[in-house]
Design a protein around this ligand. Structure first.
Ligand SMILES: [Zn+2]
Ligand SMILES: [Zn+2]
Length: 116
């Protein structure tokens, strides 16, 4: 029996991520680092990929984070090769069909089971 794809699932369910994200956003006062508007998104400068999803130096390093508003975040990802758009809760809201998709789904499954 085929499993239903879990689109919309949180990429990060770990307490470590939640803590890192909140600390970083608070340190930036929830202000977008690009336009100065209220920010909701904690963006990874080095995009998460199937290869680095399990690397805390990428996922949990504040030096790799950027505090962004929805607009700037979507602009960032639209102009990139990344096939995914996130909402404020780091939930996937849009996935472009690409060859990398299966790989990303695997990584997402892996992160759901990981322990920081
Ligand atoms: Zn902005
Ligand atoms: Zn992002």
């Amino acid at each position: 029996m085929a499993r239903k794809r879990r689109t919309g699932q949180k990429i990060y369910d770990s307490a470590a991520w939640e803590k890192t994200r909140r600390a970083y956003m608070e340190s930036r006062h929830y202000i977008c680092e690009r336009c100065g508007k209220p920010a909701q998104i904690c963006h990874h400068k080095e995009y998460l990929t199937a290869c680095n999803l399990n690397n805390p130096h990428i996922t949990l390093d504040q030096a790799n984070l950027e505090c962004l508003c929805h607009e700037c975040h979507n602009r960032e990802h639209e102009s990139s090769r990344e096939p995914i758009t996130f909402n404020a809760s780091a939930e996937i809201v849009k996935v472009k069909p690409t060859a990398e998709l299966e790989e990303f789904a695997d990584a997402r499954a892996a992160i759901a089971t990981m322990n920081f």
